[in-house]
Design a binder for this molecule. Structure first.
Ligand code: HEC
Length: 256
C-alpha cells in the first residue's frame, strides 16, 4: 500500500513539473489563429509561398539567424532545379580544410553544404546583438508551442513603445507575444522592405506568412511524404479489410 502511495505522489510531482520542463512560449496574449494551409490533413506546402519565404529568410533573417540543419540541396523541395541550387549555394563562402599544408581555406559553398551561419560562434553572435543570442531557426517552429501562430504573432506583434510603467533597456523592444515582452530583436520586417521576385506585394503580414511557411518546411521537409504514406497505408488497410471480409465469408460459408 505504501508503495502505491509513494508512486502516486511521484506522479503528482511529475505532473506539476512537466509544464516547466517544456519550453512553452507563454505570454498573457492570446496568439493569432491563422488557418495555415500546411496544417490541414492532406495538404502540401505552397511552393510560391515557400520560395518567397526563402527570399525573406535570405535577405533579412539570415543576417542574424542560422539554419544549420538545412543543406542547400534540400532547396529542391521548394521547387528549385539543380542549376538554380548550385547558383544559390555559390553565393556563400564556407571554411573548409585542413589542406595538405594543414591550413584551413575558404571556398564557395556547394549544394551538399549546410546553410552557412552568419556568425562563426555563439559568442560572436551575442557580441553583435547586445548580448542576446539569435537562435538557429531550423527547428524553431517545432521548438515553440503552437509554432506557426507564435512566430506570426512575434513578427507582427511589436508595439511602438512599452506600456506606461515599463522600462526598456537599450536595444530592447516591446513585443506582445514574446514571453516577458522585452525582446532584443528589432522589428525585422517593414512594409515593402522586400521586393518579391514574383511581384507579390511584400507587406509585413505577407512576408511573415511566407517566412513562417518556409520555416515550417525547414522544420519538417518530409511532411508531404509522411502524409502521402499515411494515405497509402489507409487505402491498403481498407482493401485488406474488404479482402479479409470476403475470405471470412468464403471460409465460413458451409458452417452458416
Ligand atoms: C539584427 C539581427 C536579427 C535579425 C535580422 C532577425 N533577428 Fe530574430 N532574433 C535576434 C535576436 C538577438 C534574438 C534574441 C532575442 C532575445 O532573446 O531577446 C532573436 C530572436 C528570434 C526568435 C526567437 C524568439 C523566442 O521565442 O525565443 C525568432 C523566432 C526570430 N528571432 C525570428 C526571426 C525571423 C523570422 C527573422 C527574419 C524575418 C529575424 N528573426 C531577423 C536578432 C535578429
Amino acid at each position: 500500500m505504501m508503495k502505491i502511495r509513494k508512486l502516486f505522489s511521484v506522479f503528482i510531482v511529475l505532473a506539476f513539473l512537466s509544464p516547466v520542463a517544456s519550453h512553452a512560449a507563454k505570454s498573457t496574449e492570446e496568439l493569432p489563429n491563422i488557418p495555415w494551409g500546411f496544417q490541414k490533413v492532406f495538404s502540401t506546402y505552397d511552393r510560391p509561398a515557400l520560395q518567397r519565404g526563402f527570399q525573406v529568410y535570405k535577405e533579412v533573417c539570415a543576417g542574424c539567424h542560422g539554419l544549420d540543419k538545412v543543406a542547400y540541396r534540400n532547396l529542391s523541395g521548394l521547387g528549385y532545379n539543380p542549376d538554380e541550387i548550385k547558383a544559390i549555394a555559390a553565393e556563400y563562402t564556407v571554411i573548409d580544410g585542413p589542406n595538405d599544408e594543414g591550413e584551413m581555406f575558404e571556398r564557395a559553398a556547394v549544394p551538399a553544404d549546410r546553410f552557412v551561419s552568419p556568425f562563426p560562434n555563439d559568442n560572436a553572435a551575442r557580441a553583435s546583438n547586445g548580448g542576446a543570442l539569435p537562435p538557429d531557426l531550423s527547428l524553431i517552429i517545432k521548438a515553440r508551442t503552437n509554432g506557426p501562430n507564435y512566430l506570426f504573432g512575434l513578427l507582427t506583434g511589436y508595439a511602438e513603445e512599452a506600456p506606461a510603467g515599463e522600462e526598456l533597456l537599450d536595444g530592447q523592444y516591446w513585443n506582445k507575444y514574446f514571453p516577458g515582452h522585452k525582446i532584443s530583436m528589432a522589428p525585422p520586417l517593414s512594409d515593402g522592405l522586400i521586393t518579391y521576385s514574383d511581384g507579390t506585394e511584400a507587406t509585413v503580414e505577407m512576408a511573415t506568412r511566407d517566412v513562417v511557411e518556409f520555416l515550417a518546411w525547414a522544420s519538417e521537409p518530409t511532411m508531404e511524404a509522411r502524409k502521402q504514406m499515411g494515405v497509402k497505408v489507409l487505402l491498403f488497410l481498407f482493401f485488406l479489410s474488404v479482402l479479409l471480409y470476403i475470405v471470412k465469408r468464403r471460409v465460413w460459408r458451409d458452417v452458416h
